[in-house]
Write a protein that binds this ligand. Structure first.
Ligand code: CJB
Length: 818
């Protein structure tokens, strides 16, 4: 499907002109980076008319809009994706060819927009792609961090964080919308005044910053729809007045200026972990206040009854991070529009919906009252009133039951509990995979579920096939289109038509040959970036995701150590050569995660340099795992490692990207793995491990004792001893003591082996043995790999978005004609 309106000659001229205007150079003098900028502006020229047309259409139809409120949007690169979605990839490639440039090289110039940590941020990015492609009116609202997710360098095996100055050459796709700049207020105090027989609340002595929006186009696939990701930046409100000799003013002016300078500085690099930093709460209120104010103003430009706001607007809260939106909307309705509490609450609770992404206790946001009320005095008053009324509701439902109040109150124990506020203030609460939603209902949020079951629902996550197959794996994408047509691009369920071909030997060969070529591409990347030679004929066994103990990268590397021991004992061991590939960033302050990276690299050093094992084992740690190199990695994987402790991974989305690209899952029955196995069949995956029910039970009854396993299993004991006898760190035998202790010693953590690694180890090793055996049967493997791709239809974010629309947002599709 080519874009009929796209004119190659006009485009070439536009690129040449852009190079001239931007850099005062002719095209033959331009650097690849300058050509990238010029091409991006030329593509933006094409997009911009559709962008304008889309918003005209939205206004004309007076559509209902969803605001996806998120601290994170992990967009990755825009150019390649935009070219694909305007369906001009072939033409742009030819145009650049004719100008003497290679599109791949030009695409490689673009820095990733890494405004997110991991799954939660990438999900938001996939959702925006699907919303635009399906033609639904939507804004993403977030923060224009000046520094995104840090860049990871590996030095001497250790992670080193390098600032990600992604805006240093400018961002060609963004548009600064200063006309929508709006003030956001922090601190001060609230004065009560009586006016017209009613209390009014006036915030005074506050500091404010100007929030300025930057819009990024979100291009739908081949439908002329261009939605908007609006990220807010901060600017000082009035330029600093040096004449001001009033000491108070001077102090305040400096502070205001500093606030504006720091608020959007940097993304907090924590995944599934809440650090409780004051600046983080400022960031949350900053972008929420700006987004909500703008949504309300926009609505009031065309409507006169604010009481019907929810008929045209939905706010989706991406985890608890944007929950202050509940109170901010209340504030605007009460203070600016003079609604009664009941009216304002009615509007708010018909507008807001909340998605829970984790049950990890350390991720729960609880702000100390002192901090919250000092920073947001008016908002805190409103939260107190929400809490007061919510407690009354609890009491009405459960008279005399103090325990319920202790467990469910929004303000309790000196803290503001954001999840509780999100649930109380929303009409919908959803988990992100079936098992996760069940655990929310039966365990984590049981009390809330029992009190308001109608709010709870599941929305199993998804991914966009446009980025993770069409863009990331062009060979496979073309092959699929060749076989079954291109319907799958906008309707992934159509990919099931591939099932017709899974027994066809020729197709099996073609499919595996494409996999091989993708492995060659990755091997080349690894050689260039790591200096390690890997054999593309070996099994590429991949675990890429954030580093977290619950994701159990440690179990993976312990298993590698175990295999290496076997090989050392028996160099003739019959095993299919395997390349274990890791990629993971650890939060900068997460010591044990960082030590795990060092362990992986130390094991890699020993194994990769041991000639005696004949290259049967290789270990690679890919530096700076991010969206752009993920695209290369998924396409090249044979085995997908999804080995979290059951119940801990809410959904996972990497698991879906691997499946789509024909990798087989080695995994626990956790998160969306359960549904993946349901679609592809347990016989086409390698499932192992303790069930979530058993994990949860052992967490409660404390019956699990890893020391017993250590004492009874020689292979495990040998591996663990190698952590403390200098086998992988001869210069510092104590280096990995903390990891050893975390598995065995109750003193180092509340519970030894918190994530049941030793418990699952044997089952994991068995599953890996089955992989080894299965891979030898080429036909079987090819068929299973193809079935994984063919059965991945459910996991498109298009499906997920249709469910959000049907059950929560109730939007209408819009058609845009040019
Ligand atoms: N998730 O990435 C994050 N960060 C958090 O703070 C909490 C959860 C992840 O969200 C993904 C999208 O829903 C899930 O697939 C993943 O399991 C979860 O860990």
């Amino acid at each position: 499907m080519a874009n009929k309106g796209f004119d190659k000659e006009t485009f070439k001229k536009s690129v040449v002109d852009n190079v001239k205007n931007l850099y005062r150079r002719t095209i033959d003098e331009a650097t690849p980076n300058q050509v990238f900028q010029a091409v991006a502006y030329a593509v933006k020229d094409v997009i911009i008319d559709e962008w304008i047309a889309t918003h005209k259409e939205y206004e004309k139809k007076d559509v209902k809009t969803v605001y996806y409120l998120s601290m994170e949007f992990l967009m990755g690169r825009a150019l390649g994706n935009n070219i694909i979605n305007i369906r001009a990839r072939q033409e742009v490639r030819e145009a650049l060819d004719e100008l003497g440039f290679d599109l791949n090289v030009i695409e490689d110039q673009e820095p990733d927009a890494a405004l997110g940590n991991g799954g939660l941020g990438r999900l938001a990015a996939c959702f925006l792609d699907s919303l635009a492609t399906l033609g639904y009116p939507a804004y993403g609202c977030g923060i224009r961090y000046h520094y995104g997710m840090f860049k990871q360098k590996i030095e001497n095996g250790y992670q080193v964080e390098v600032p990600d100055n992604w805006l240093k050459d400018g961002n060609p796709f963004e548009v600064r919308r200063s006309e929508y700049a709006t003030e956001v207020r922090f601190g001060g105090y609230v004065r009560t005044v009586w006016e017209n027989g009613r209390e009014h609340f006036v915030q005074e002595g506050y500091q404010s910053v100007m929030a300025v929006p930057y819009d990024l186009p979100i291009v739908g696939y081949g439908n002329n729809v261009v939605n908007t990701l609006r990220i807010w930046d901060a600017q000082p409100i009035n330029t600093f007045n040096l004449d001001s000799f009033d000491k108070g003013d001077y102090q305040k002016a400096v502070e205001q200026e500093n606030l504006a300078k720091t608020i959007c500085d940097v993304l907090y690099p924590n995944d599934n972990h809440y650090a409780g930093k004051e600046l983080r709460l400022k960031q949350q209120y900053f972008f929420i206040s700006a987004s909500v104010q703008r949504a309300v103003s926009k609505y009031m430009e065309k409507h006169d009854d604010i009481r019907k706001f929810y008929e045209k607007n939905a706010f989706q809260l991406n985890d608890t991070h944007p929950t202050v939106a509940v109170a901010e909307l209340m504030r605007i309705l009460l203070d600016d529009y003079n609604l009664t509490w009941e009216e304002a609450w009615d509007v708010t609770t018909k507008t807001c919906a909340y998605t829970n992404h984790t049950i990890m206790a350390e991720a729960l946001e609880k702000w100390p009252i002192e901090l919250f009320s000092r920073l947001l005095p008016r908002i805190y008053q409103i939260v107190e009133e929400i809490n007061r009324r919510f407690i009354i509701e609890i009491q009405q439902k459960y008279p005399g039951n103090q325990e319920k109040i202790a467990k469910m109150a929004i303000i309790y124990d000196g803290q503001v509990k954001m999840a509780h506020m999100a649930i109380a203030g929303s009409f919908s609460v959803n988990g992100v995979a079936r098992l996760h939603t069940e655990i929310l209902e039966k365990q984590e949020l049981k009390d809330f579920y029992e009190m308001m079951p109608q709010k709870f629902n599941n929305k199993t996550n998804g991914i966009t096939q446009r980025r993770f197959l069409l863009h990331a794996n062009p060979l496979l994408a073309d092959w699929i289109t060749d076989k079954i047509g291109d319907e799958w691009i906008t309707d992934l369920s159509a990919i099931s038509k591939l099932k017709l071909y899974v027994d066809d030997e020729k197709c099996q060969h073609e499919f595996m040959n494409i996999k091989y070529q993708n492995k060659v591409r990755l091997a080349k990347y690894i050689k260039e970036h790591n200096g390690i030679d890997v054999d593309p004929r070996s099994i590429f066994d991949v675990q890429v995701k954030r580093l977290h103990e619950y994701k159990r990268q440690l179990m993976n590397i312990l298993h590698v150590m175990y295999l290496y021991n076997q090989l050392k004992d028996n160099p003739n061991l019959d095993m299919v050569p395997r390349t274990f590939i890791f990629g993971a960033k650890a939060a900068a302050g997460y010591k044990r995660a960082k030590l795990t990276i060092k362990l992986i690299n130390s094991v890699a050093d020993v194994i990769n340099n041991d000639k005696s094992i004949n290259g049967k084992l290789k270990v690679v740690f890919i530096e700076d795992y991010r969206v752009s190199n993920a695209e290369i990695i998924f396409a090249a994987a044979d085995v997908s490692e999804q080995i979290s402790t059951a119940s801990k991974e809410a959904s996972g989305t990497g698991n879906m990207k691997f499946m789509l690209n024909g990798a087989l899952t080695v995994g626990t029955m956790d998160g969306a793995n359960v549904e993946i196995v349901e679609e592809v069949g347990a016989e086409n995956a390698f499932i192992f491990g303790t069930s979530s029910d058993d994990i949860i039970r052992m967490e409660h009854d404390h019956s699990y004792d890893p020391m017993q396993i250590f004492n009874n299993d020689q292979d495990i004991r040998r591996v663990l001893m190698q952590l403390i006898n200098g086998y992988y760190a001869p210069y510092d035998p104590e280096l990995f003591r903390d990891i050893y202790n975390s598995l065995l010693n109750t003193l180092s953590s509340d519970r030894a082996d918190t994530y049941f690694i030793l418990k699952d180890f044997r089952m994991y090793a068995d599953a890996q043995k089955r992989v080894d055996e299965a891979y030898r049967d080429e036909q079987w493997w090819a068929k299973a790999a193809m079935l994984n791709t063919a059965c991945s239809g459910k996991f498109s974010s298009d499906r997920t978005i249709e469910e959000y629309v049907r059950d929560i947002w109730h939007l209408d599709k819009v058609k845009v004609e040019l």
